[in-house]
Design a protein around this ligand. Structure first.
Ligand SMILES: C[S@@+](CC[C@H](N)C(=O)[O-])C[C@H]1O[C@@H](n2cnc3c(N)ncnc32)[C@H](O)[C@@H]1O
Length: 376
């Protein structure tokens, strides 16, 4: 149903003239209803559902399928960070902001982990659950506009997977700086879209190389970069943050890691079993997720036909199944502190193994559902 401003004003005036009406002579309820119906008047495109508030601003669907995959990615980040919700040291935080919160799963778990903090998650889509911890709230807010929060307010600002969503990181991170308290922290968690390998198995001729270049090019056409994962450290420093730390991790494209084949270097020294575990989840996330990830970018930003886009996505799904290609995506977690305040020493909050989000597999058991264990 299309939103019609004139009709809404007529309805409002009718309501105001009727003292027995449910509006009760107040505009408050009416405004709230108008906003609520407008933001859920979703756009459907090529069989997928997208946000309606600031229509076209974001590339990803907000349907159930896409939201489930976001929660899966959250699980993968927890596995990557050994169950931690963040790496920045926090000391009794009071105000926490999660920009582009998605399903709100991180914000909800942070609110549980820090009961004395107030956690706000913002997004274009109202896809977060209604029943949340009392210290957690969600707001519809567009982060490429001026931020409506007080300056010097947040102890912690969390930014995860906002690749392809931020118009200008050189405005966005300075806004985070202004809105963080002196001594407060900002953490940027992002992954690369370009699969690479430690040997020459991924090379100039590989489909994975073509894939990565295509995503980056589509981002450029869309006006929002996908390369923030390798730029966050320098950009945080440029925005004025100090004590900036970067940690790098690897997400294998499928379950290829084994005692003979594993990633080397910056992967947090994970066992091959854990890398394999992350790879199997990543395979599922990508296999089920490439359509949502790329369909709007290819058809709208790239001008591809629906059929060409689907053929490209089908080819990607084939590659993702190939266990001989020892490819991975780089992941970075970068955090820094606004000067001032007291230095923090505490570790990032760790979820208990019984939490819905994280199962510690160590080198032994498997958290992969049985139906996916043989996926190759
Ligand atoms: C890839 S998802 C990441 C969700 C969440 N940060 C996580 O890691 O689970 C990106 C989210 O950013 C939101 N988003 C994109 N552009 C936005 C904007 N301009 N203002 C607010 N939210 C935005 C999208 O609606 C989507 O929920």
């Amino acid at each position: 149903m299309a939103w019609n401003a004139d009709e809404e004003v007529d309805d409002m005036q009718e309501g105001l003239g009727d003292t027995d009406s449910t509006y009760g002579g107040s505009l408050i309820g009416c405004d709230t209803d108008t906003l609520a119906s407008y933001i859920t008047d979703y756009r459907y495109e090529n069989g997928r559902r997208y946000h309606s508030y600031r229509d076209g601003e974001y590339w990803g669907p907000n349907d159930e399928h896409s939201n489930g995959l976001q929660d899966l990615a959250h699980h993968m980040y927890l596995m990557t960070l050994e169950g931690k919700l963040h790496l920045a040291p926090l000391d009794n935080p009071h105000n926490i902001l999660d920009l582009g919160t998605g399903t709100g799963i991180w914000a909800i778990e942070m609110a549980d982990a820090y009961p004395s903090a107030h956690v706000i998650g913002t997004d274009l889509s109202p896809i977060q659950p209604l029943f949340v911890p009392p210290n957690c709230a969600f707001e519809i807010e567009a982060f490429n506009l001026d931020w409506t929060y007080s300056k010097n307010h947040f102890d912690f600002i969390h930014i995860r997977e906002l690749f392809g969503s931020v118009l200008d990181w050189d405005e966005f991170l300075p806004s985070a700086f202004d809105h963080a308290k002196p001594g407060g922290s900002v953490e940027v968690v992002e992954h690369s879209v370009q699969p690479v390998s430690d040997d020459s198995i991924v090379n100039e001729a590989s489909f994975f190389t073509q894939w990565g270049r295509t995503v980056i090019e589509m981002g450029e056409r869309f006006g929002k970069s996908f390369t923030i994962w390798e730029e966050s450290r320098a950009r945080l420093e440029k925005a004025g943050f100090i004590d900036v730390i970067e940690k790098r991790y690897k997400w294998p494209m499928n379950g290829w890691p084994s005692p003979e084949h594993r990633t080397h270097g910056d992967d947090g020294d994970k066992s091959w079993q854990r890398l394999r575990e992350i790879g199997v989840w990543n395979q599922l996330r990508l296999y089920d997720g490439v359509e949502g990830f790329m369909l709007r970018l290819l058809t709208v930003a790239g001008g591809w036909s629906y059929e060409s886009a689907q053929a490209f996505l089908a080819r990607m799904r084939e590659e993702i199944k190939d266990l001989k290609i020892h490819a991975y995506l780089n992941v970075t977690v970068v955090y820094g502190r606004k000067p001032g305040g007291k230095p923090k020493t505490s570790e990032g909050a760790t979820l208990p193994a019984t939490s819905s989000g994280f199962v510690d597999v160590g080198g032994g058991g498997s958290s992969i559902p049985v139906e996916y264990q043989g996926l190759d």
